[in-house]
Every structure is written in C-alpha cells, then in structure tokens.
Design a protein around this ligand. Structure first.
Ligand code: DGL
Length: 295
C-alpha cells in the first residue's frame, strides 16, 4: 500500500488522480483533520505533525508515503528525508507534490516517461498561490531556481482559503476570497503577464473554477494532482520494489484524526466527480496509531 498524507481534505484531489492513474495500486489516506489547517502553523509544528502522520502510515504498512500537502512538503519533507528517515526508517521513502510540478514546468526527464503534456514549452513567469507557511518556506523559489533558473516566480499567500474550503464555505465567499488573492498577485506583477499558475495547495483544485474565472484568459492553470500521479507512475517504473498492491488490488482505505462521520460526509461533497465518491468511508485511526496531540 502507498500512503497519502494531508492536513485534511486537500490531499483527496491528489488521491483521486493517483487512483485514476494507478487503478490496481492500493492506497491508505490519512487526513490530519484534528490539526488542520497547517498553513498558518509554525514550521516546527508542521514538521512534528507531518512526522507523526508519516510514522502512522508506516505503522499501517506503507513503505512509501506521498505528502499530498504542499505545506507539509514545503516545510517538512527535506527535514524528514535528511534527519529522520535514514536512521528511523532506512527502507521507507517519502515524496512530495512540489517537485513533480516544478519538474513538469521545467520539462525535466521523467516527464518523457510520463507522456506528452499540454503546454510543450517552459514558461517565463509562474504564479504560485499557496498557504502562508508554503510561501514563507521559499521551497517553490528554491526548487525552481535549481531546475529552471530563467523562470521568474511570483508567490501569493492565501491565508484564509484552505480553511474556507475545509469548512465548506459557499461559492460567493470563496469567489470573493479568490478575487482578492488574484488582485494581490496582480498588484505584485505590475503589468507583467503571468504565463502559468500553480495552485500550490492541494485544497485549491476544489475551487479551480473560481481561479480560472478570476485569472486572465491567457494564463495556464497547471494541474498538480495530475503531475503528481504522472511522477508517481514514473517513480514506480524506476522502483518496482515500492509497488505493493496488498491483498485486494485497488483497495483505498482512509483514516482521519478528526471525526470520521463528519469527514466522510464532507469528503463525498469534495469528491463529487471522482472515482472515489460514495465509496470512501473515513475511519478513526486504530488506537495504536493515534497521532500525537499538539497544542
Ligand atoms: N492542503 C495543504 C497544502 O497543500 C494545506 C492546507 C492547510 O492545512 O493549511 O498546502
């Protein structure tokens, strides 16, 4: 089984893309709803919460975990990969959602394995909408500088947005918040055209239509869930030992640190169009795998 971790619902956008792309692969999803949103938490807290979540998924039998959360990937992934995994879980792996997106934008080699894409050239300007913690981490700037140094990145923090989505805010409230964030991004640009935009928070694909409506028609919106699914497919091709189908191929289990009934209901609304809608019932974590509580 492959683990998929998010602070709450957002990672479901990635999970559904993974299930569509890898239908025989089993997945275990963990949403840390008890501590969401992560985007306004201090870096140390995000690292600890992410470490607990990943350890829980390892405890449930996963040897590979995808951090389907930009905030966790931006703030915690490198720390976990360097300071924790090599000693604590040397045969386990943890991957994120930033690098697949940036490698696709930069046209890096795995993409040739993953198949043709829809944009065909490296953009010159990239807008990233993300949580305050992701923006403050500088991870997008750092990873883009390594892979596509000529690409100029503009970042816009959206402090309220993941929380509004998680809470099921109405369309008018979401649209107003997104119009404000797109307006703030345009103020930063001072007339520079934005070639492409990454919705750098896994919650945001759920409101992609509002971003599409608020952004200029010529700006391309890049799909992070799809890129992550392509990158995982390519990774499993290179690392077949990480493919673990489990007893029932295609089985998807979901756990939450929050209230399973409430989370299941909300997830059905969030996944209305996906392969998982109506099938995914969240369970409370088995007692032995409770995530450590943080203030
Ligand atoms: N979905 C997460 C992300 O991709 C974080 C949202 C939050 O918990 O603030 O950044």
């Amino acid at each position: 089984m492959i683990g998929v971790f998010d602070s709450g619902h957002g990672g479901l956008t990635v999970l559904s893309a993974l299930c569509q792309r890898l239908p025989r692969q089993g997945f275990i999803y963990l949403g840390d709803h008890a501590h969401a949103p992560y985007g306004s938490r201090a870096p140390g807290e995000i690292v600890e919460l992410t470490r607990s979540g990943v350890a829980t998924l390892f405890g449930l039998g996963c040897t590979l975990v995808i951090l389907a959360c930009n905030t966790a990937a931006a703030v915690a992934l490198r720390r976990l990969q360097q300071d924790w995994l090599p000693d604590a879980f040397p045969n386990h792996r943890c991957l994120g959602v930033l690098v697949p997106m940036i490698e696709a934008v930069a046209q890096n080699p795995w993409h040739a394995v993953a198949g043709p894409d829809e944009w065909g050239r490296v953009p010159e300007t990239l807008g990233v909408f993300a949580t305050p913690a992701t923006v403050a981490s500088g991870a997008y700037l750092h990873e883009v500088a390594k892979r596509a140094p000529r690409l100029t990145v503009f970042q816009q923090a959206c402090p309220d947005l993941a929380g509004l989505i998680e809470a099921g805010a109405d369309a008018a409230t979401l649209r107003a918040a997104i119009d404000r964030h797109v307006g703030d991004m345009q103020a930063q640009l001072r007339g520079t055209a934005l070639d492409s935009v990454v919705l750098g928070c896994t919650h945001y694909p759920l409101v992609e239509h509002h971003f599409r409506a608020a952004l200029p028609a010529g700006t391309r919106l890049l799909s992070q869930p799809q890129r992550t699914a392509e990158a995982l497919t390519a990774y499993l091709f290179r690392h077949p030992e990480m493919k673990r189908f489990g007893a029932q191929p295609g089985l998807v289990r979901a756990y939450t640190t929050g209230d399973p009934e409430r989370v299941t209901l909300a997830a059905r609304n969030f996944l209305a169009d996906s392969v998982l809608a109506g099938h995914l019932a969240f369970q409370a974590l088995p007692h032995t795998h409770q995530v450590r509580q943080h203030a």
